[in-house]
Design a protein around this ligand. Structure first.
Ligand SMILES: Nc1ncnc2c1ncn2[C@@H]1O[C@H](COP(=O)(O)OP(=O)(O)OP(=O)(O)O)[C@@H](O)[C@H]1O
Length: 365
């Protein structure tokens, strides 16, 4: 029986990397697969060249291929992955930075910030994706004009993978694309964790500089599943200027700072900072008070990434499926969000220069 490439790939997809638990194909560890007659050779790119892992993997690969092609002579070369360290440990090696957007309270504009941030980073030249993991109110389908759409499913070496949708050049996944809102809100425990994990492990994300994750408000299961699934580069906390929002936001930021979680804070975005009526462009009405964002940044020893005013057009643009940052007619809102995006890009660069890559949180057994 002559040896064909796809059967060898399927066999290797049954072998798990002892370090990450992912199979060798999904983890993108197999290189230079070459078949000549009965001879099969390939290179495995490993995060560590630990001798025990090497021999376990060699044994497992030989065994998996022997099941299909007992006659094959298999040569496995092992080499260390030379990619940047942030990517080595990642379940998503093609994604450079995962940015969580969190808030204490609901309705402070977290999703609006996440959507305009994603587009703002893209305007700065980055390749960007957005995951909407807000089980209480998935808003990406509405904000990007994709209501009722479903991701396509593609077969990758026998495994079904979801293809993120695209709007305005942003790769998008939302809990709203795969489940009805009334079902999403009652999701709990392993089912919820399974869906969140699918967004990362079972989606065909393209090469991205940033994957922005819009979290539900508070400190619940979604946040925990996220940090157990991917290394989160950093978190952004969204608040309004008012005291009650800040108190809840401190709890949300504390969660990322827990010793076992250790996700660095990139900074705070203050939303709805003031209201300026169109007819009185020089007036700033401080409807929700003042100073909350700065205070939250100070308490957390981090920076204020920007202030976004309360503008009717921001709400209308979100409801209309075209986030305001794309609207050249509203330079004030556009500038406010571009400023946030520039500061986020800067803080991510500083974070990556100064702090070691975030580790995925291991579940207690
Ligand atoms: N700066 C702003 N100016 C005007 N409207 C805004 C602003 N920010 C957000 N909104 C509007 O407020 C509402 C709530 O915003 P959004 O859905 O972004 O909040 P959220 O914090 O993600 O809410 P939740 O997590 O509870 O779903 C939306 O209708 C949105 O368009």
């Amino acid at each position: 029986m002559s040896i064909d490439t796809s059967s060898v790939v399927r066999a290797l997809a049954k072998v798990s990397d002892p370090v990450t638990g992912q199979d060798l194909i999904t983890a993108n560890m197999v290189r230079d697969l070459n078949i000549e007659g009965d001879s099969i050779s390939f290179t495995l790119e490993l995060a560590s060249l630990n001798a025990q892992h090497k021999s376990e993997l060699n044994f497992a690969c030989q065994g998996a291929i022997a099941e299909v092609y007992p006659q094959a002579k298999v040569h496995v070369h092992m080499m260390s992955r030379t990619a940047d360290p942030q990517q080595q440990t990642s379940a998503l090696p093609q994604v450079k930075n995962v940015i969580a957007v969190a808030s204490g309270k609901g309705g402070v504009g977290k999703s609006t910030i996440a959507a305009n941030l994603a587009l703002g980073l893209q305007m700065l030249g980055a390749r960007v994706g957005l995951v909407d993991a807000d089980i209480y109110g998935p808003s990406v389908p509405t904000m990007f004009g994709l209501q009722g759409q479903r991701p396509k499913v593609r077969d990758v070496y026998g495994q079904p993978k979801m293809v993120p949708l695209d709007a305005y050049g942003i790769a998008l996944m939302s809990i709203g694309f795969i489940i009805e809102p009334e079902q999403a809100v009652v999701l709990r425990g392993p089912r919820l964790a399974g869906i969140i994990k699918q967004f990362f492990n079972d989606c065909l994300w393209p090469e991205l500089d940033y994957l922005v994750v819009d979290l539900p408000p508070g400190t619940g299961d979604v946040q925990l599943t996220l940090v157990q699934t991917v290394p989160v580069t950093g978190a952004i906390i969204v608040t309004t200027p008012q005291e009650v929002a800040v108190i809840d936001a401190v709890k949300a930021s504390n969660m990322f700072q827990l010793p076992g979680v250790a996700v660095p804070l990139l900074g705070v975005v203050e939303n709805m900072s003031w209201f300026t009526p169109k007819e009185l462009p020089d007036h700033k009405y401080l409807i929700f008070g003042q100073g909350g964002g700065k205070k939250l940044a100070l308490v957390n020893n981090t920076v204020l990434l920007g202030q976004v005013p309360l503008v009717q057009g921001i709400r209308e643009a979100g409801d209309g499926g075209r986030p305001i940052i794309l609207d050249e007619e509203d330079p004030i809102s556009r500038e406010a969000f571009l400023n946030v995006a520039k500061n986020v890009a800067r803080q991510v660069a500083i974070r990556n220069e100064t702090i070691a890559p975030t580790q995925v949180v291991k579940m207690a057994q």
